[in-house]
Design a protein around this ligand. Structure first.
Ligand code: XMP
Ligand code: MG
Length: 188
């Protein structure tokens, strides 16, 4: 089998290469590990937002030096709809009861802010011991609602990005870098 070493045709430019992402995730994991020092495994839950956060979740959780559980949720995405109305709904909930536990949301990207503000509202109502949010990417120019983020990887310009879990029409998720795709890909 041939191993792909050149960039796929659909990639316009790489915004964040693999080494840069991995270095930042290491720093974030160190910061989180320091903040949650002394926590017990049953009290600390990382909740990853499927599908986009699955790779960030895997990397971040393996680099934490504090014990923790992992769980996942799935939310509807406006990518499936004609317009971004801000309507978000939960498709799959956590299996763990988060009440009374320390919860860290792990999300791929903060764009308009609707998704995370919805999730934070839903989770707060369940009365966790604490609720924090980690996001690998943010597009500050796109924000419609303010969202509190405790651990942020990178700020990026307003371009559609793929790789490191992020997709376009469920493609490009497993690229090890984060890249902008060519306009011709959208137009297809
Ligand atoms: P909001 O607007 O609610 O959006 O903050 C967050 C969700 O939108 C998706 N999103 C992207 N997905 N490349 C992607 O693959 C992008 O550039 C992008 N921008 C937003 C993503 O699902 C995120 O959870
Ligand atoms: Mg997402």
């Amino acid at each position: 089998m041939m191993i792909e070493t050149s960039l796929p045709d659909s990639v316009e430019r790489v915004l964040l290469d693999e080494a840069t992402i991995q270095q930042r995730v290491r720093e974030m994991a160190a910061e989180i590990s320091a903040d949650y020092k002394g926590i017990r495994n049953e009290d600390f839950i990382l909740v990853g937002v499927l599908k986009g956060a699955f790779i960030f979740m895997a990397d971040l959780s393996r680099r934490l030096t504090v014990p923790h559980r992992v769980d996942f949720i799935a939310l509807s995405s406006y990518a499936d709809k004609a317009d971004a109305t801000g309507a978000v709904r939960m498709i799959m909930d956590t299996r763990t009861d988060i009440t009374g536990r320390h919860v860290l949301i792990v999300e791929d990207i903060l764009d308009t802010g609707y998704t995370l503000s919805y999730l934070q509202r839903v989770f707060k109502a369940r009365q966790p011991a604490s609720l924090k949010t980690s996001v690998i990417l943010s597009k500050p120019d796109r924000r419609q609602v303010e969202v509190q983020v405790d651990y942020l990887g990178f700020e990026i310009p307003n371009v559609w990005v793929v790789g490191y879990g992020l997709d376009f029409a469920d493609r490009f998720r497993t690229l090890p870098y984060i890249a902008a795709i060519k306009p011709s890909v959208y137009e297809k």
